[in-house]
Design a protein around this ligand. Structure first.
Ligand SMILES: CC(C)(COP(=O)(O)OP(=O)(O)OC[C@H]1O[C@@H](n2cnc3c(N)ncnc32)[C@H](O)[C@@H]1OP(=O)(O)O)[C@@H](O)C(=O)NCCC(=O)NCCS
Length: 331
């Protein structure tokens, strides 16, 4: 059986920087409240006519291919994770395929929200292990700024989420550098603790005039329930990955947690007993970019020289569903 390895990573974020101070024009909040509860200082919002989920994903993918030193035509499969596709259908995978001028390869769209990257990595890993594909492009990209409302009723989510894209080139491993394991889970019991009900297909009329004004088009989040579950499931998933491979937290060079909230990441760090230099966070600059958050963070860690040959890096995520998991990678 073959193994897979992460060969390149790239990211793209829209140029429009939205500070906490900017948000105070539209809702009762403050820079200090947002920083204290979430750690976020600023995030990026897309510009209509410039950024789309698929074109941001394509830009991140091009950077990942350059860094992996591969040509675009080597890609055998595209996996695209997002909760905010350009169109209701088809998904953005085929739009990236078109932009990259790739013909007759499969494009798979997945959701899995904040765990989209981990699920995508686990799928890529399985396809490479069986030998069916050699090179997989995994993209996580989101435009969430236009799904939130900059208002008092929207403030619990509006201060958290941002836009951006990250991408990975995953290839058949040729040496010790490999994906050691992926563990992904779901528990739909709490699906409605973080969800976006409308416009949904279960109603006779998907979109009504009332929905445009009554707030029912906004995401619904029970912040405390999410916080509690995330801080339990994420450290457990990291420990599972380490134990599965015969390692302890001391062996870990870097943990890149999904950038949900800095306080969640700090609690995960504390529960695992990790030093500050063992955990990478960049939510301060980008907010929570859902499926894009881990690949954006990995790309920045890569740029900062933190992803070293032979380094042991863990990823963990938790999100709407609830879905969660971990991956352990030898670089
Ligand atoms: C959302 C979150 C920051 C709220 O923090 P919290 O300490 O749980 O705050 P609460 O929800 O208890 O709300 C406390 C108060 O702040 C208010 N509040 C909510 N959003 C606010 C904002 N942006 N600015 C100021 N006040 C706000 C609430 O209305 C509430 O007011 P009340 O006490 O008068 O009712 C926090 O629950 C959280 O980060 N949860 C995880 C969310 C997450 O990570 N989601 C993504 C998962 S992938």
């Amino acid at each position: 059986m073959f193994s897979s390895a992460i060969k390149g990573v790239g990211h793209y974020v829209p140029s429009r920087v939205i500070t906490n101070e900017y948000l105070t024009q539209f809702m009762d909040t403050s820079h200090d409240w947002i920083v204290e509860r979430t750690g976020i200082h600023e995030r990026r919002f897309f510009t209509e006519g410039v950024d789309t989920v698929s074109n941001m994903g394509t830009k991140a993918a091009q950077m990942a291919c350059e860094r992996a030193n591969i040509t675009i035509d080597q890609i055998d499969l595209i996996i695209f994770a997002t909760l905010s596709p350009d169109y209701f259908f088809p998904g953005p995978g085929v739009l990236v395929q078109r932009e990259l001028k790739l013909k007759n390869i499969p494009a798979l769209d997945i959701r899995q929200q904040c765990a989209g990257f981990l699920y995508g990595l686990s799928i890529a890993d399985q396809y490479i292990k069986t030998g069916l594909y050699k090179t997989v492009l995994l993209i996580g990209s989101e435009i969430q700024s236009n799904m939130m409302e900059l208002s008092n009723r929207g403030r619990n989510t509006a201060v958290i989420f941002g836009d951006g894209a990250g991408a990975l080139v995953i290839q058949r491993a040729e040496d010790e550098s490999k994906v050691l394991s992926t563990h992904v889970y779901a528990d739909g019991t709490n699906a409605e603790e973080l969800y976006m009900p409308n416009p949904g297909s279960s109603r006779a009329t998907r979109l009504t005039n009332e929905m445009l004004t009554d707030g029912s088009l906004l995401p619904v989040m029970n912040g405390q329930a999410v916080f509690k579950e995330a801080t339990t499931k994420m450290p457990a998933a990291v420990l599972e990955a380490l134990e599965h491979n015969g390692f302890t937290t001391e062996d870990l060079d870097l943990l890149i947690p999904h950038q949900a909230n800095l306080r969640i990441a700090q609690m995960v760090q504390k529960q695992l007993g990790l030093r500050n230099d063992q955990v990478f966070n960049n939510i301060q600059k980008y907010g929570n970019t859902t499926a894009a958050s881990i690949p954006i963070a990995l790309s920045e860690a890569w740029e900062q020289g933190l992803v070293k040959k032979g380094g042991l890096i863990a990823f963990t995520a938790f999100g709407s569903g609830f879905v969660w998991g971990s991956a352990l990678v030898r670089f």
